[in-house]
Write a protein that binds this ligand. Structure first.
Ligand SMILES: NC(=O)c1ccc[n+]([C@@H]2O[C@H](COP(=O)([O-])OP(=O)(O)OC[C@H]3O[C@@H](n4cnc5c(N)ncnc54)[C@H](O)[C@@H]3O)[C@@H](O)[C@H]2O)c1
Length: 428
């Protein structure tokens, strides 16, 4: 009897429990009487308000997120525009990172790039490195110090985003990087004629090695070619479509033909292996950190006048050149790397000066009492050189900003200090 009573009670209890829990079971939701209770539940403690605010925040984020990333600095970064870039990208590190680039919210900023600059201890290279470090990227400089100097980079030693490797580009090297600026090559006639076989090796084997690296790690590659590929030009000013007038067996051929071959290799790696490439044809550039005695006309004149020597003019001094200040060139190189067009692009200042006019500007800027001395012209020295930069203006939205009269004073202090140190070194 007691047992039966107990059974009955527990059954009733279970039924009660089921009834109590019924409003939460899906079946009972259909029951019309449970509707006011669930609505009541929603309205209690401002639950509905919290849910609505949650939905609002969520949808706002998903609507705004792509727009914000587009507005952020990540947009300034190159997009792998050719399908080959993805196909040939064999580095998981780089590949994943490039894919992630688009997804970084604007608030966090664009992904930091790892960039190699070969020849980064040289004149142009060191200014380029400064720009890349200043914008927040990691930079690895590869240099054999043939014409480059540690002094050009000493202000970056100790910066955790900067590395310097003593290495000759004629030998292969493996690094995981996103971009390669390939500058390594002696640029002045004095230096490239010093060991012509080494110059052509640097241009051919060095460029092959760097293109091989770009292919392996899926990096973007920029070659700094030269206006010398036009040789002694029969077209004036020179457009990128002009094929040039180069002596293949002359004293300058190690450089001219070396750079022409480097351009060929660059395009062949692009067409054949899908490497994303850029080609810059640089015209005469000047600025602080140029080698003092490299035979280039601007550095020659400036150093000679500071040392109270006459300026050496070769030939009759009527041959023309255009002179570009280094910060203009660096801006052009970065615009080219970040842009969508491979080139080649002429990067130079179209302002044309004869050697005699240049000597006059140097005289006005540094010492009005400076004099000129004439010497016979060197072999294969081009008579005219002036870039047509309409392609770079149109496609890179780039043009030089600093005139010769503005730029020259900017290199004089650097030259004066170095010549002073040189003289003090001799006295010790
Ligand atoms: N400055 C110009 O007016 C000008 C004009 C046309 C083209 N360019 C090109 O721009 C680039 C830089 O020129 P720059 O004026 O700074 O010359 P630079 O001589 O000051 O710099 C060249 C750098 O490359 C390094 N280098 C040379 N051979 C190397 C090798 N085998 N391995 C590793 N490093 C090596 C040198 O040590 C130096 O640091 C060059 O490729 C040059 O051909 C310059």
């Amino acid at each position: 009897m007691m047992k039966q009573l107990h059974k009955q009670t527990s059954l009733n209890h279970r039924r009660d429990e089921e009834m109590q829990s019924s409003p939460y079971s899906p079946k009972t939701l259909k029951h019309p009487r449970s509707l006011p209770r669930s609505i009541n539940y929603l309205f209690k403690e401002q639950r509905l308000l919290f849910i609505l605010v949650g939905i609002l925040i969520g949808s706002t984020f998903f609507i705004l997120q792509p727009t914000l990333s587009r507005l952020g600095p990540s947009e300034a970064q190159p997009r792998p525009h050719s399908s080959s870039f993805v196909t040939h990208n064999s580095q998981p590190h780089h590949h994943a990172a490039s894919k992630g680039l688009r997804r970084i919210p604007a608030a966090i900023g664009r992904r930091r790039l790892r960039i190699v600059v070969t020849g980064g201890a040289g004149f142009v290279g060191s200014h380029l490195v400064d720009k890349l470090i200043a914008r927040g990227d990691e930079v690895i400089v590869i240099d054999n110090f043939f014409t480059g100097r540690k002094d050009n980079l000493v202000h970056l030693f100790g910066n955790p985003r900067f590395e310097l490797i003593r290495h000759d580009v004629v030998e292969p090297i493996l690094l995981e990087v996103d971009q390669i600026y390939h500058l390594a090559c002696p640029a002045s006639p004095v230096h490239y004629k010093y060991n012509p076989v080494k110059t052509i090796k640097t241009n051919v084997m060095g460029t092959l090695n760097m293109l091989g690296l770009a292919k392996r790690v899926g990096a973007k590659f920029l070659l700094t070619s030269t206006s010398e590929v036009y040789g002694d030009p029969l077209q004036h000013p020179q457009k990128e479509t002009y094929w040039g007038n180069v002596n293949p067996i002359g004293e300058r051929s190690c450089y001219d033909e070396g750079k022409r071959t480097a351009e060929t290799l660059t395009m062949d790696y692009h067409r054949g292996a899908g490497v994303e490439v850029r080609i810059a044809r640089i015209f005469n550039t000047y600025g602080p950190r140029m080698c003092l005695d490299d035979g280039r006309v601007v550095s020659n004149f400036v150093a000679q006048v500071i040392r109270k020597q006459p300026m050496t003019v070769y030939g009759d001094g009527k041959q023309t050149r255009s002179f570009q200040y280094v910060s203009d060139l660096v801006a052009g190189l970065v615009a080219l790397m970040e842009g969508e067009h491979l080139g080649p692009f002429n990067l130079g200042n179209p302002g044309e000066f004869t050697m005699l006019e240049l000597a006059e500007v140097v005289k006005e800027t540094i010492d009005p009492s400076a004099t000129i001395e004439f010497k016979p012209n060197t072999a294969d020295d081009p008579h005219k050189r002036k870039p047509d930069i309409s392609k770079a203006k149109k496609l890179l939205s780039w043009e030089p900003k600093i005139s010769l009269r503005e730029g020259l004073p900017l290199m004089v202090t650097d030259f004066q200090n170095r010549i002073l140190n040189e003289d003090e070194g001799k006295r010790v």
